[in-house]
Design a protein around this ligand. Structure first.
Ligand code: MN
Length: 321
């Protein structure tokens, strides 16, 4: 997915991570994505740019797209990050400048590492399921790996953790959760897990005290550490926890995201992550002149143009603001 803002602001990522447990409700904002999709953007948001290396979280749907084109995100570039496509309903067809052509289905991991440069498109296939429901996430690459070779991974069989009798079923998206590890490549200590809770479940899941965490409710009525969380809302939890109490008043599903607080300052603008304004300016020029980011073949439509850079110089920022 892409940041399709026509006038994106420079995103400040960084500052101080919470040093202990907190319960900060992050109310997302609604952002149009192309002509036919609306997403709720949970990260970056006011007062919170990152959770570990997770630096972008969009939640969309469930939308009835039976008579609609669904998601149509034309070719656009990325730099300095990984994209994670995560679906509960529907399918997304991924094409990229490496020649990858992959349909990603519910609870399969589509993981694209942009490294120094890649471009891709994402679309609902012409023949698609009635419902589209998912999340699009970005992971910032650390300085030591941000110029790595671009590559795309598709992992259809992710490890699952089932707590028999507790009404909890987890799929490990990235990193390690409850002793199970995803095959997806990571470059910083982080994790992501999809938790399915049966109605009436009261349980607690294990956390790493050195990680900061956030939870996004994908569906159902839940309480996370005592805080009621509607679908599409995210709760930032801070650090210093060994477990997280969960309760489901209906059948529900949650995305748990965590990681070691990301210490490096970043410049995040449009679909690029760099370390200086000059780097971002160069990336924008390279995309507009058709160099470095390659070409996506087979997408029925024109590629995206980069928006104008803001008048003020882009400066590196920390992870809070
Ligand atoms: Mn994208």
């Amino acid at each position: 997915m892409s940041n399709l803002d026509v006038r994106p602001s420079a995103e400040r990522c960084g500052g101080e991570a919470a040093t202990g447990p907190v319960r900060d409700l992050l109310t997302g904002r609604t952002v149009p994505l192309g002509e036919s999709t609306v997403v709720r953007r949970l990260l970056p948001t006011l007062g919170r740019r990152m959770v570990g290396a997770w630096c972008f979280v969009d939640h969309y749907g469930p939308d009835d797209i039976a008579d609609e084109p669904g998601m149509q995100v034309p070719p656009h570039p990325h730099m300095g990050l990984q994209t994670v496509s995560w679906l509960h309903e529907g399918e997304v067809l991924h094409r990229d400048s490496l020649g990858s052509l992959q349909t990603v289905r519910p609870r399969e991991l589509g993981l694209m590492t942009s490294g120094r440069a890649i471009s891709h498109s994402e679309e609902s296939p012409r023949t698609h399921a009635r419902l589209l429901h998912g999340a699009q996430l970005w992971v910032a690459l650390p300085d030591a790996h941000r110029n790595t070779e671009p590559h795309f991974e598709h992992h259809p069989d992710l490890p699952r953790v089932t707590a028999a009798g507790q009404g909890l079923d987890a799929t490990v998206i990235l990193g390690t959760f409850a002793g199970a590890t995803s095959p997806g490549t990571t470059y910083t200590p982080l994790m992501g897990a999809d938790l399915t809770l049966r109605q009436g479940t009261r349980t607690a899941v294990p956390l790493e005290p050195d990680f900061e965490y956030a939870v996004l409710t994908m569906a159902g009525r839940t309480e996370v550490d005592g805080v009621p969380l509607d679908p599409g809302a995210m709760l930032y939890l801070g650090c210093g926890r060994r477990e997280l109490p969960l309760r489901a008043d209906t059948d529900a599903s949650l995305l748990l995201l965590g990681g070691e607080p990301f210490a490096e300052e970043l410049v995040m603008w449009w679909n690029f992550i760099g370390r200086s304004g000059e780097e971002i300016t160069r990336a924008r020029e390279d995309w507009e002149t058709g160099t470095r980011f390659g070409e996506v073949h087979g997408y029925d439509g024109a590629r995206l143009h980069a928006p104008e850079l803001p008048a003020l110089p882009l400066k590196p920022r920390g992870r809070v603001r």
